[in-house]
Design a protein around this ligand. Structure first.
Ligand code: ZN
Length: 272
């Protein structure tokens, strides 16, 4: 049943993200020259063929990387973008973009890892540790350690077992929900730090679900940054516990990626 809800949640999230992605971009053309912005992409699974809604084909991923390179984007560690939000003296290169991958699917190790090692760019993984070395679709702890040891992968928290907080809030009383959420945040961090070492202080909201109460609880649990799937660029004034990311699906062509990142020709070259 939980798997069904998770699938349903994923589908709703995907439809929402796709509806937003397909919205006309006329507004961008009229926008004032924007304040500096950074961008964050979130992927889930990789394969030669897209067999489900969250799988991005290798060819699509390679095309994204090529487009970013051709258009002067610099892939930076996600932490650099968080520091840029937190610290007025921190700087980012122009067109800074971070790459994140949620859920810890084994295709991250099997399919994405060779590409990352070839191209040498930083990646942040958001993991829910209940699945690791447990679910057949997930990576193992030794695989995560191997990724960590490359120096290119930062491994952070996606809660303990990826609950749907909307469902849990309906199921649990106020104090019980609060305790449930805190356990999801702290147990995930403790497991990741115990298994992998390093500091875990960044969180990806499962299904992108968050609200003021969850933000306060995540902050209380020691997280300094948390990430949504709202499809916007990141401004320096972004609330650090609700930092937006663009959800990448296989239908996102390089042209669509360009539109998402604000590089639509109409935006770059407004008509006189
Ligand atoms: Zn997820």
């Amino acid at each position: 049943m939980r798997a069904f809800h998770r699938k349903l949640g994923c589908m709703l999230t995907l439809l929402l993200a796709m509806a937003t992605a397909l919205r006309p971009f006329a507004a961008l053309a009229e926008a004032e020259p924007a304040a500096p912005e950074a961008s964050i992409l979130v992927y889930h699974r990789f394969a030669d063929e897209a067999t489900d809604s969250m799988t991005v084909r290798v060819a699509t991923f390679e095309a994204h990387l090529a487009w970013l390179r051709a258009h002067g984007y610099r892939i930076v560690p996600l932490r650099d973008i968080v520091a840029w939000i937190d610290d007025p003296s921190a700087t980012l290169p122009p067109k800074a973009i971070a790459i994140t991958v949620d859920d810890g699917h084994r295709s991250v190790y099997e399919v994405m890892r060779p590409i990352v090692l070839r191209e040498r760019f930083p990646v942040t993984l958001f993991i829910y540790p209940s699945a690791i070395s447990n679910a057949s679709y997930a990576m193992t702890w030794p695989e995560l350690r191997e990724l960590r040891d490359t120096g290119l992968f930062d491994i952070q928290s996606h809660t303990w077992w990826h609950p749907n907080f909307n469902t849990e809030r309906r199921r649990l009383s106020g104090p019980a929900f609060e305790q449930f959420a805190l356990t999801q945040f702290t147990h995930s961090r403790d497991l990741l730090e115990h298994q992998l070492g390093g500091r875990v202080d960044m969180l990806a909201w499962p299904f992108g679900i968050y609200d003021d109460e969850l933000v306060a609880l995540a902050r209380h649990a020691g997280y300094r940054a948390a990430f949504t799937i709202e499809p916007h660029n990141v401004a320096r004034s972004t609330q650090p516990l609700a930092i937006p990311r663009f959800l990448m699906v296989d239908a996102c062509t390089p042209a669509r990626l360009g539109q998402l990142l604000g590089q639509h020709p109409a935006a770059r070259q407004p008509q006189p």
